[in-house]
Design a protein around this ligand. Sequence first.
Ligand code: PEP
Length: 251
Amino acid sequence: MRRKMVAGNWKMNGTRASVAELIESLRQQQLPGSVEMIVFPSELHLGSVIEALEAMPVGVGAQDCAVERGFGALTGECSATQLADVGAGWVLVGHSERRLVLGEGLEVINRKFAAAQAEGLVPVLCLGETLEQRQAGSTMQVVGEQLSSVIADRGIGSFANAVIAYEPVWAIGSGLTATPDQAQEVHAAIRGLLAEHDPQVAASARLLYGGSVKADNAAQLFAMPDIDGGLVGGASLKAEEFGAICRAAGN
Ligand code: PEP
């Protein structure tokens, strides 16, 4: 049985005051014990969020990590070693905003995935196609290439300690959610691809859907057989909305 998971990607948002307020509001929420909940604040707030959430059943992860482990001359970067040191347990890898806006390619993503796992962090590998790619009928080719690149580099066994998030780029922050059937189709194909390498890993891997998940569409998405929860952007900045999404995953 795969435990449902809801992850909140806070992206480049928040001041010290607004983050403290968000955490205070999260404290007021009834959160389901059956669901694994993680938030991904900006790196700047990581340490304070980890401390503030210590007594809550909500884990904390980072939105990115450096390609290199350890310490050294890599200005502006933060290594998985440093993230683990402050107590982060997770890291987003290959988010479409980093692939498309910052030009992160497959090799960089493979290295970040490897660095995260080498430091005991669980990577959440984000995959997804653009609208043009979907319209051209190449969704599975694109998503398959993104996933196969990590499998080829790290081995299928690495997915025993990783989470995959399918996030169609056209659905991120756009208010356009993939229908449960559209999302399920891609999730089933992702699980199928994992199964070609190792059926056991495929059966236990958690596949999250991301792209305009909200309280009012979460339950239908999470009811699909291959959707094990959500990666939530905008809606995770509102504690009530995030709480409702977590409860939808628990039902
Ligand atoms: C995201 O960026 O990971 C995301 C899913 O964003 P949103 O929920 O705002 O579409």
